[in-house]
Design a protein around this ligand. Structure first.
Ligand SMILES: *Cc1c(COP(=O)(O)O)cnc(C)c1O
Length: 399
């Protein structure tokens, strides 16, 4: 009898009780709007900003409506506008090119390696094409950040980091989001903290922060933010920075603060699960696990593997067989974007030269979520199912 997995790949943990209590408190107060404070009150949004800045070691943090809003705000705050070109990863998700397009700019895609990180040789070859890199740490894979920063600093490229999948992660001891000028994070339900929708950005740069605060809709109440640059910095930019409301409200911030306090613990729980699945998949014929760099402290909230150079029908067969046993895999190689999978060639508003080496990798990427509602037994079972089904299809096609 074949084992079947019964868990749900889209079921997250509940909001912790202290988060629920804090949310009720905000609702009872009626002061949900980000600038609606009682006398002497800091407010949940400002407190979250202060705490997130402390956690990442940044001078400033801004809590906003979504990760996509954080990225678009970062682009605007560093001066990207209509007609500009912005380098970004070919392997990422739709909110990233979407943020670039939302400010009227044009994404220029950089390839992906078999380690699922940005191809630094391709990046080095494209440095003359743009002044800004929106670097997406897609699915939590962090490239050699030392080399990336050398390339970008040497060519005058401003780096903005998309840390939607690396909140709590680090490269060589430096938190993800702290290498570039701005780090952007998401608190959408499937990320490392859950407020439904939401995002944060961090920076050490006073002027970028002042612009981001004004952009987020401060109505000149910027003094009420959790981390604020000096008044003279605002004075220099406040008359020429448009208001595009999108700062986070107090209700969502209240839900997030107790989660922030537990972030490290949660990341460790993800990694326990990741390691069980990885160990169970390692050595499966035809399947390549993604090796992680020693300097990378990752957060295994999802796992990827490669079925490199497999025919598309064989990969589809693996997915179908796993699904009948309850294991939901996503494939980046599918001809049509489905669910959350997407690829540079599915964004037709951002045309690109073909990238054959990246296409080969993208065609082989299989992706799976690892929600914390799975226990370690579940993870071992999932790995056994994938191993068996990949093995069966591999043998069938070899025969
Ligand atoms: C989720 C996500 C974002 C941000 O998305 P929002 O839904 O706007 O918070 C950015 N980049 C990647 C790779 C993502 O998966």
């Amino acid at each position: 009898m074949n084992e079947i997995f019964k868990g749900s790949f889209t079921q997250q943990e509940p909001i912790p009780d202290d988060g629920i209590a804090a949310a009720l408190e905000v609702m009872r107060s009626g002061r949900l709007h980000r600038y609606n404070l009682a006398l002497g009150e800091e407010g949940e949004a400002a407190a979250l900003e202060r705490e997130f800045a402390a956690l990442t070691g940044a001078r400033h943090a801004l809590a906003v409506a979504s990760g996509g809003y954080a990225m678009a705000t970062a682009l605007r705050a560093v001066g990207v506008g209509p007609g500009d070109r912005v380098l970004t990863n070919a392997f990422t998700l739709a909110p990233v090119p979407g943020a670039i397009a939302s400010v009227g700019a044009q994404p220029v895609f950089v390839g992906v390696t078999e380690g699922l990180v940005i191809d630094l040789d391709d990046l080095a070859a494209k440095v003359d094409e743009a002044d800004v890199l929106m670097l997406s740490h897609m699915r939590g894979h962090i490239c050699d950040m030392d080399r990336l920063m050398d390339i970008c600093t040497g060519s005058g490229i401003t780096v903005i980091e998309d840390c939607a999948h690396t909140m709590g992660a680090a490269w060589n001891g430096i938190p993800s989001g702290r290498h570039g000028l701005v780090g952007c994070y998401s608190t959408q339900t499937y990320k490392h903290m859950n407020s439904g929708e939401g995002g944060l950005l961090v920076t050490d740069d006073d002027e970028v922060m002042a612009r981001a605060v004004l952009l987020s809709g401060s109505y000149m109440l910027y003094g009420r933010h959790g981390t604020v640059p000096p008044e003279e910095v605002f004075a220099a930019v406040k008359y020429d920075t448009p208001n595009i409301s999108g700062r986070m409200d107090n209700l969502r911030a209240a839900i997030l603060r107790p989660q922030l306090a537990r972030l490290d613990e949660q990341c460790e729980r993800w990694n326990e699960r990741y390691r069980v699945v990885e160990a169970g998949l390692r050595g499966t014929p035809g399947l390549q696990v993604i090796e992680r760099a020693k300097k990378e402290r990752y957060v295994g909230s999802s796992i990827q593997f490669l079925l490199l150079d497999w025919p598309g029908e064989a990969i589809e067969e693996v997915l179908a067989r796993c699904l009948t046993r309850g294991v939901e895999l996503k494939w980046f190689g599918a001809a049509e974007p489905a669910g959350f999978t997407s690829r540079y060639d599915s964004w037709r508003y951002a045309p690109s030269e073909p990238m054959p080496a990246s296409d080969r990798v993208l065609r082989g990427i299989v992706d799976m979520r690892l929600p914390l509602t799975f226990d370690l037994e579940d993870c071992a079972l999932i790995a056994r199912i994938i191993r068996a089904e990949v093995g069966a299809v591999w043998q069938e096609h070899a025969a």
